[in-house]
Design a protein around this ligand. Structure first.
Ligand SMILES: Nc1ncnc2c1ncn2[C@@H]1O[C@H](COP(=O)(O)OP(=O)(O)OP(=O)(O)O)[C@@H](O)[C@H]1O
Ligand SMILES: [Mg+2]
Length: 207
């Protein structure tokens, strides 16, 4: 089965009486997806959760989809092979789309190392997709080694580890590049919030 095809027959889309626009009007902000990408340890989860905390305080409806958490459930059947990573990102893209339709600001924190996978999600979400590159050198990420995974990967204990034995393809035209290897967390959060406020005038009054 092609990944874009519908696997079942006799299914008909049922149109909701409550539209996304009606939900956004009620929430008083746009829905979109902040797609954080970068090496392990670059700061995707830390930044996504800190941005979420600030947005929540501003009255924005938010939800974080985080790599390890999603792999416990929705993607619990997938490993880290290229094919499984692709399917992982496809499912996250589709789940994000549902959240956006529900009027929610989604923040995703996945390494999402392959440009083609991120492009596919961009195609799926159109203008709602905001790619945020957490730009940190492998040296900084490895020195942080938050989960002890770099040490294990260097010993050859982890196969297909991004940045060591599997490639990371940096974004070429991300909406936002945050130097998470150099900046403080506070400065990184401010950069993201300022960008969002410049994009959605409804948010400016909430900052
Ligand atoms: N500007 C910054 N933004 C985010 N994190 C930062 C920043 N500066 C330092 N850090 C630190 O870097 C580490 C990043 O770890 P984090 O778990 O967020 O990475 P990750 O990108 O989610 O990795 P993984 O892909 O393995 O889940 C944390 O210890 C965090 O405190
Ligand atoms: Mg993380």
């Amino acid at each position: 089965m092609n990944e874009n095809s519908v696997g079942s027959t006799n299914i008909v889309w049922h149109q909701s009486q409550v539209s996304r626009e009606m939900r956004e009007q009620m929430n008083e902000h746009r829905a979109s997806v902040l797609w954080f990408t970068g090496l392990s340890g670059a700061g995707k989860s830390t930044l996504a959760h800190a941005v979420e905390a600030q947005l929540h305080q501003m009255g924005v409806r938010t939800y974080v989809l985080d790599g390890d958490n999603v792999r416990h459930g929705l993607c619990g059947d997938l490993n880290f092979s290229d094919v499984a990573r692709r399917e992982n990102i496809r499912r996250i893209g589709e789940a994000s789309k549902l959240f956006v339709d529900a009027g929610v600001m989604v923040l995703t924190a996945f390494i999402s190392p392959f440009r083609s996978d991120r492009s596919r999600v961009r195609e799926l979400l159109g203008d709602d997709f905001i790619e945020i590159y957490c730009d940190s050198s492998i040296e900084v990420c490895e020195s942080r080694d938050v989960k002890g995974l770099y040490a294990r990967a260097r010993k050859g204990e982890i196969k297909d580890f991004t940045g060591i034995s599997s490639p990371y393809e940096a974004p070429e035209s991300a909406e936002l590049v945050v130097k998470t290897g150099l900046l403080s967390l506070e400065a990184s959060v401010k950069q993201v919030i300022d960008y969002l406020a410049s994009r959605d005038s409804a948010l400016q009054s909430k900052v």
